[in-house]
Write a protein that binds this ligand. Sequence first.
Ligand SMILES: *[C@@H]1O[C@H](CO)[C@@H](O)[C@H](O)[C@H]1NC(C)=O
Ligand SMILES: *[C@@H]1O[C@H](CO)[C@@H](O)[C@H](O)[C@H]1NC(C)=O
Ligand SMILES: *[C@@H]1O[C@H](CO)[C@@H](O)[C@H](O)[C@H]1NC(C)=O
Ligand SMILES: *[C@@H]1O[C@H](CO)[C@@H](O)[C@H](O)[C@H]1NC(C)=O
Ligand SMILES: *[C@@H]1O[C@H](CO)[C@@H](O)[C@H](O)[C@H]1NC(C)=O
Ligand SMILES: *[C@@H]1O[C@H](CO)[C@@H](O)[C@H](O)[C@H]1NC(C)=O
Ligand SMILES: *[C@@H]1O[C@H](CO)[C@@H](O)[C@H](O)[C@H]1NC(C)=O
Ligand SMILES: *[C@@H]1O[C@H](CO)[C@@H](O)[C@H](O)[C@H]1NC(C)=O
Length: 799
Amino acid sequence: MKKPFLFIILQFFCILLGSKAQPQSILTKGSSQQVEHYDQPFLVSQNGTFSCGFYPDPVGINVFYFSIWFTNSIDKAVAWTANRDSPVNGHGSKIKFGHDGNLVLRDVNGSEVWSTSTGGSSASTISLLDSGNLVINDRKGNILWQSFDSPTDTLLPYQRLTKGKRVVSALVKGEIGSGYYSLYFDNDNVLRLMYDGPVISSTYWPNNALNSVFQNGRTSYNSTRIAVLDRLGQFISSDGFSISASDLGLGIRRLRVDYDGNFRMYSLNMSNGSWVVSWEALPELCQVHGLCGENGICDYLGDQIKCSCLPGYEINNPNNWNEGCRPKFSYSCNKIQSRFVQIPQVDFYGFDLGYKDKISYDDCVQLCLQNCTCAGFSYRLTGTGVCYPKGTLFNGYRSPNFPGSFYLRLPTDSNDSILSTSSKLDCTNNRSDIFLGSPSMFGASQSNTKWTYMFTFIGFLGALEILFLVIGWWYLFRGRDVPQSVEEGYKMISYQFRQFTYEELKDVTGKFKEEIGRGYTGVVYRGVLDDKRVVAVKKLIDFSQGEEEFWAEVSVIGRINHINLVRMWGFCSERRHRLLVYEHLENQSLDKLLFENERTLQWRERFKIAFGIAKGLAYLHHECLEWIIHCDVKPENILLTRDFEPKIADFGLVKLTKRGEAGLNISQMRGTMGYMAPEWVLNLPITSKVDVYSYGVVLIEIIMGIRVTTSLSDDTKGGIQSFVSEVRHFLQCNDEPEITGLVDPKLRGQFDWEQLITMLRVATSCVEEERNRRPTMDEVVKDLMAFEERDDEPSSSSW
Ligand SMILES: *[C@@H]1O[C@H](CO)[C@@H](O)[C@H](O)[C@H]1NC(C)=O
Ligand SMILES: *[C@@H]1O[C@H](CO)[C@@H](O)[C@H](O)[C@H]1NC(C)=O
Ligand SMILES: *[C@@H]1O[C@H](CO)[C@@H](O)[C@H](O)[C@H]1NC(C)=O
Ligand SMILES: *[C@@H]1O[C@H](CO)[C@@H](O)[C@H](O)[C@H]1NC(C)=O
Ligand SMILES: *[C@@H]1O[C@H](CO)[C@@H](O)[C@H](O)[C@H]1NC(C)=O
Ligand SMILES: *[C@@H]1O[C@H](CO)[C@@H](O)[C@H](O)[C@H]1NC(C)=O
Ligand SMILES: *[C@@H]1O[C@H](CO)[C@@H](O)[C@H](O)[C@H]1NC(C)=O
Ligand SMILES: *[C@@H]1O[C@H](CO)[C@@H](O)[C@H](O)[C@H]1NC(C)=O
């Protein structure tokens, strides 16, 4: 009788000790923990990197998971969860490594929520390894069960993704429960990302829209089906895919299929515990399928994305874009009753009812009208016209590169109010984004029959904008209790374009402490907004306008949203102060990279930059509702993101400052010496061709890596014009050594010949003295686009 009693006493002490002593990295059978003690992990790995135990739901109250997390990251990032879709109660739930060797998670009522099913085996210990793997071993050290075999949304170094396994994203940012996106080996042995949503499913990575498996650098011949991240940050898959972290080397990393469908690698910054993205599968997030649901369009908003509904459609669930939009009209299948609304630069992926090449727009309309299920069609202007009628409108995205338009089918009797109210509904979804469903979406419509419609529509928008402004302000000042949304852009919008007070900007910039730039138009200071966004605050020096005019102009600039243009977040107009608030790019301006030898820009980066600037300018010149001439295109005004996407800064300022005023002293109207078109000096009317000229000069600088404006303009031989005519001569004679000699020697001959020739042709035509002989930026974009994909070699690891 005494022995069992002693045993119980001992065990009691053990439990007491166990709950007070440091958490173990290894436990024997009989160990358990109540959820109430969640602040003490169940297990901690030997060197402390990982912890395992009860994890409170980030948003729910009294709801817990049994998880493994990174001890030293500030967000306590979760690496694995046992019960991600069935959390347990915060009172009375329990995890127990039973005497039968089974690890069981029980809810408050005693029901088994999850277990390792190792009961009855020879299991002896459970331990959390420094790799983040939770392991049940037998006495001999054999692994009977391990958490690495059942990944949730994360892969850790050495955790192998194998046949039949799936890494599944979370549904909502920062939450645990599973969502719609997954990473897995497909039946053809290729590692893929898939969207498997409430209505449809489709794979979207590697890109299967344009490229074959092989063109994506993959192979389907290796049936091993293993993908694994190593200690140094290299991720290698048996289908030939491999990438390296941008910070290759020892470190703490994880791979995660994020709630937004992107697959990213994160590195932990040990000094402050934050995560840095060191690689991502899809730099352009709108390529992820399903993000905006059925009848939704994905678009970029700075570095974020936003969703909007097609005209005539309204959102199903404002808290979940995956559920898409529903039509506000009903179809009856009658050919006469349909009309088509053009939506430029938008396309939908998949769900084609057919495909016709070499077809006119009118025939494409007929093709769509022939089928009741046709909801619209995509018409591309490449070659002779390509027509894709669509049955379902999914995976919609806007891309400035898309050489065509989408034509949405609507009932003829739907009057225009149905279209404009669609954007109204969008805007009142707690967004102060007054420009949503932006006019530019329809503005580029070219069909004559649409003009009448367009003007009424714009009229409507004008009226609505005022309404939205009021609503927008109301929400802004009500505070920021925006509902947690699946989609980041959604939240961003509520912070978007706004008016600041001078006091606010004084705080934001720390009393205008840190100057980061200075130019014709003003001084730029670095600032940090309340929501931690870093911004550039520009104090205009000589503005010409009163408050109302200023507000009118600024709101035009504020609505401009293009990946290659720096976004304006807000402004301040108070007494004598005029300030502008821009997104700030911590990376540099093009001149630093080109002329200051900090880092050699590779050829593909140079081409990307040249192409991006052209797209940004083309957008300003041709696609904005109100066209805008930049007037000061130069490398200093081209900012670069981390992956060398160029963003043009300072556009639209001409209108805000005295430089744009007619009749002013010519010297004040100039751009920057060397980049200025001859018209400035000749006192001719200024058109968008002045930007084309400056672009040509910048293009030459990108190719040669030298400041053409200083090395040639002062040249006694006649400056840039004589240089350019020499280049034209080389091109005509196809003089290979001379042409090669023009390329920046820092590239050591590493460039693409055809891209080079195209760029030189474009550059020389852009700097024509006679402005009518210069191309438009649209034409430049077309010329460069033809050679865009040339750098798309399988080498995906170069950064
Ligand atoms: C225990 O509670 C859960 C959820 O509260 C419920 O689904 C389950 O049926 C309950 N089990 C028992 C045995 O009552
Ligand atoms: C803990 O161990 C892991 C695996 O050996 C290693 O990568 C990590 O750097 C270690 N962490 C610390 C803080 O020593
Ligand atoms: C298949 O992939 C595995 C893992 O990456 C590799 O070890 C193996 O050599 C590959 N087999 C062939 C035939 O390429
Ligand atoms: C880590 O964070 C610290 C503090 O913010 C910063 O100084 C350091 O550069 C960061 N290290 C890396 C590798 O990003
Ligand atoms: C940690 O440092 C990084 C820079 O490496 C910075 O981006 C991040 O904001 C810092 N996080 C915190 C919480 O200070
Ligand atoms: C309409 O498209 C559907 C789906 O492709 C097809 O099954 C049907 O036959 C088409 N109808 C006509 C009239 O072409
Ligand atoms: C247009 O819509 C309004 C509001 O829905 C409706 O009252 C009006 O009758 C419609 N006009 C036409 C011509 O259908
Ligand atoms: C807007 O936000 C409020 C709370 O901030 C919420 O009650 C309301 O439902 C939201 N409206 C929509 C359409 O999401």
